[in-house]
Design a protein around this ligand. Sequence first.
Ligand code: ATP
Length: 281
Amino acid sequence: MPHAVEVVGLSKLYGAKRAVDGLDLHVARGEVVALLGPNGAGKTTTVEILEGYRVRDGGDVRVLGQDPQSGGRAWRSRLGIVLQTNNDLAEATVAELVRHFATFFPRPRDPEEVIASVGLQDKAGTRARQLSGGQRRRLDVALGIVGRPELLFLDEPTTGFDPQARRSFWDLIEALAADGTTILLTTHYLEEAERLADRVIVVRDGRVVAEGPPADLGGRTARRAVVRWSQDGQTREVRTDTPTRTVVELTAELGEEIPGLQVLRPTLEDVYLSLIDGSPS
Ligand SMILES: Nc1ncnc2c1ncn2[C@@H]1O[C@H](COP(=O)(O)OP(=O)(O)OP(=O)(O)O)[C@@H](O)[C@H]1O
């Protein structure tokens, strides 16, 4: 089966600025891919080109088999798009908006179920402009999924969510993925990428600098572990390629329960920051 998204050598200039500079990207059908990268890396520009909202300057792009620049209505109805919040239609209520959006699609989801799935059932009668930032974002997500998209684009979907709302959003995305929806999301939350993505793609200066499953990114599993423990009232640590052997040796020396034992590997955040030259986004 062809990929849901195929991008080869994508470039986009704003004046003299190369926002996207020879970017390659593939997303398989049913895959969940997270685009990571510092502010200004070119993520939103890339995603908006894939959505057909911006015109590229070079490269080949296919989204659900179609060049987005010539994608028509039928093609667009197969996409779900969650943009960074816009304030159009803010006078309408949550239920009115979700029901209205559902009419644009041939096979929509049930609007009431969608409202419940994003946790807005108590706000169905509330005007969009009266929602909190996080509630407004959940409404954006509801509008993005009501059309039962084959491919869902999520641009920083959980910015402004409280921790509980973020976790219920993750459950929702996992349910959509289990249902076969292909998902391309951008995020600045590494925990979100780690939890949701089959694969992460790190973009810097408009190019891909690394990609892989979150557990393996940048050779993460191959990097040395730190074994740390307490002994004689002090914290001790060793760096090792064989942490299990170290723990076995410590057990022989210190007994079954090693005080304060920790085995630490670089986190996704450690690897990400090293990939983007340590400059936090
Ligand atoms: N409409 C525009 N006109 C001119 N320059 C733009 C425009 N949109 C984006 N840029 C520039 O292109 C570069 C890439 O921007 P883009 O929004 O794609 O980055 P991003 O990775 O999505 O960043 P963020 O994480 O902050 O959302 C930035 O340098 C930005 O200033």
